[in-house]
Design a protein around this ligand. Structure first.
Ligand code: WT7
Length: 631
């Protein structure tokens, strides 16, 4: 990843200063003042934030830190949906729009806070009716429709732990996640709609649950006419199951440390990690960052273009913005369909004020040219954000000038599935530095260190670490606490994020990319080992190694090196077959761009594939230390 390290950029010190009105009117006020207040008394800082929310019973302690385990808001009782829904309904905001959804062909659905609450309560009662209890796991595998939001909130309402699996994953990936979580119920839809075409989601679920004994019921949202057939007893219709249930469903009393959800993310082994987030700290962390990073005000219309199936959607479509009481816009439309103006037309139509997207989308728009955004009126935009991978300076400039019209501050937010909430950014009103995400948000402590944990000199590369616990941090990895401990023991007393970074002389942090075997493709986190196991599960493949290659649009693309078994020969058909195999096992997001057939892979004496060597060779670079390479 060191190829991203641009010394000139680090030394240059170029800034953009936002209009002072932004700071004057922001929830945060002055960054340094807020940060100093936090440092002076971290617990008082988080206690003040938590007091803005509703609790059934207050906490005995803000935090208890028994390295590497944290408890936040000890013994407090709450329900996150009471904060995301009832709190607004009971405070004269029941008619405020909570959710606006746009589908293809002009389809639109609008939910007020009251209506969203009513749907959530009915669906929650439906889940109860079919036997879902507090602590049970429910897998949600749905397209980007309001029912996905309703399903997640309904689980939270009754204390069931949701595990949302992004609709782009294939049957094997879905099966693995259902099995690991031992999900009792799977909630899905007949189809997703993408670029005018129907994607058969239910068929993938049918395959995924063939070997998943924990699953008792499948709930199907049927979007297509005529309605698809469903199994008379095991399968239930999303809306039919909501009939004949009581309207009211009081929020389940949850301990602050009860699990809220599991979300699987790629790790450096083939097995995905089930990141566990809990109710209290996660609520406080996502509420706080939604309010202060996006500076959400009552009149804002907030659009985060992620899918709820990723952590970005969990935290910044659903829990954070709804806890703030925002109007949230969501859309099933891709940025390039029916044409490259689709998202800009939605901003104009809906008068979006705060827009949050990913560098991969921004770079795609750059390629399409300014004509597309320039066709639309984007004056409603107030703040624009980025997440998922480094926002390189070229993309920053384009986003700032062409979309933000030199007027909107950019919040480039660094965080992870594991952190649950945003950790580093440039807070509203502060000067922005292209190529640099910014500084730790008040409430968070970070540093850039060497392998022994010693801070590196400014302007030099090191490992990004978090130095103290934060409320929305992961509590463990589901059924794999040993692996959780690694985050905190790789470097003593620090959380190691797995990213390389540089801290400038001004304290601004530039993220360079992953330091481990994870490739970020179009903002999606993909483990090399996951793709390798998928390839090796094909009957023709003996061995496989996968690397990330810099890609002007996707950030990285995947290249696979494959050794075929005897009796199988490289051919275009073989390549297509292997690509199809990866597609149906993990999903389209993990498909290699390139497959090269080889006879041998570089390995250490202990048999570990040295992807670093493959990568260096591929990029015409020095492979560095190869002393552990066999022969
Ligand atoms: C990894 C986490 C957090 C939601 C999306 C991804 C990379 C994330 C940035 C950013 C540079 C970023 C990191 C991180 N990343 N945001 N603003 N600048 N890199 O969540 O799938 O858990 O991936 O995404 O490499 O470790 P995730």
């Amino acid at each position: 990843m060191a190829e991203n390290f641009d010394v000139k950029l680090v030394e240059e010190m170029k800034y953009y200063t936002p209009n002072p009105e932004y700071k004057r009117n922001s929830w945060l006020g002055d960054y340094q003042k807020a940060y100093d207040e936090f440092l002076a008394d971290p617990d008082a800082f988080w206690s003040n934030v938590a007091h803005q929310l509703d609790w059934i019973k207050p906490w005995d302690a803000v935090k208890e830190w028994k390295y590497p385990y944290a408890t936040w808001f000890t013994n407090a009782k709450l329900n996150i949906t009471a904060n995301c829904l009832d709190r607004h309904v009971n405070n004269n905001r029941r008619n405020k729009v909570a959710l606006i959804w746009r589908g293809e062909g002009g389809a639109e659905r609008i939910y007020s806070y009251q209506k969203l609450l009513s749907h959530v309560m009915r669906f929650a009662n439906a889940l109860k009716k079919i036997g879902v209890k507090k602590g049970d796991r429910v897998c949600i595998y749905m397209p980007l429709v309001p029912e996905q939001v309703i399903a997640m909130l309904a689980c939270a309402r009754i204390g069931a732990t949701h595990s949302v699996v992004f609709g782009g994953f294939g049957a094997a990936a879905l099966n693995l996640r259902i099995q690991d979580a031992e999900a009792k119920v799977v909630i899905t839809a007949d189809i997703a709609i993408r670029r005018g075409k129907a994607i058969q989601l239910k068929a993938i679920v049918d395959e995924a649950i063939m070997d998943a004994p924990s699953v008792e019921h499948v709930i199907v949202l049927r979007r297509k006419e005529p309605l698809v057939d469903i199994h008379p007893t095991r399968e239930l219709d999303f809306y039919a199951v909501m009939e004949d249930v009581p309207e009211d469903c009081p929020p389940e009393v949850m301990d602050a440390e009860d699990p809220l959800f599991i979300l699987y993310t790629s790790g450096s082994t083939g097995k995905p990690k089930g990141v566990v987030h809990t109710c209290g700290g996660y609520m406080v962390g996502t509420y706080y960052t939604s309010k202060y990073v996006f500076d959400i005000k009552d009149n804002d219309i907030f659009w985060c273009t992620a899918d709820p199936g990723w952590i970005t959607g969990h935290s910044y479509i659903i829990y954070g913005p709804l806890a703030v009481g925002a109007t949230v816009f969501i859309s099933e439309l891709t940025p390039d369909f029916p044409d490259a103006g689709s998202w800009w037309s939605l901003i104009q139509e809906q008068k979006i004020t705060v827009f949050y997207t990913a560098p991969t989308a921004i770079r795609m728009f750059m390629k399409m040219g300014e004509v597309w955004p320039n066709k639309y009126n984007l004056k409603s935009l107030r703040i624009i954000g980025s997440v998922g991978e480094p926002l390189n300076p070229e993309a920053f400039e384009w986003y700032y000038h062409t979309i933000g019209k030199d007027r909107c501050p950019i919040v480039d937010t660094w965080w992870q599935t594991e952190t649950g909430m945003q950790m580093i950014t440039t807070m509203i009103g502060e000067k922005m530095r292209p190529g640099f995400a910014g500084k730790p948000i008040p409430g968070v402590t970070v540093d850039v260190v060497d392998k022994s944990g010693k801070p590196v000199q400014p302007n030099t590369m090191g490992l990004l670490v978090i130095k103290s616990p934060w409320p929305a941090m992961l509590r463990t990895l589901y059924k794999d606490d040993e692996r959780y401990r690694k985050y905190w023991y790789t470097i003593e007393n620090c959380y190691t994020a797995g990213d390389l970074a540089v801290k400038g002389k001004d304290g601004y942090i530039m993220i360079l990319g992953r330091s481990d075997d994870i490739i970020i493709v179009a903002g999606h986190n993909i483990g090399t080992a996951e793709v390798e196991s998928a390839l090796v599960s094909h009957k023709a493949v003996a061995e496989a190694a996968v690397i990330g290659k810099p890609d002007p649009l996707k950030g990285n693309s995947i290249k696979a090196f494959v050794i075929l078994r005897v009796g199988h020969n490289p051919s275009e058909n073989m390549t297509q077959d292997l690509l199809h195999h990866v597609r149906t096992t993990i999903g389209p997001i993990a498909m290699p761009q390139e497959i090269e057939y080889v006879d041998k892979l570089p390995k250490t004496r202990s048999g570990k594939i040295m992807r670093r060597v493959l990568k260096a060779k591929e990029m015409g670079m020095d492979p560095g230390d190869v002393s552990t390479l066999e022969e």
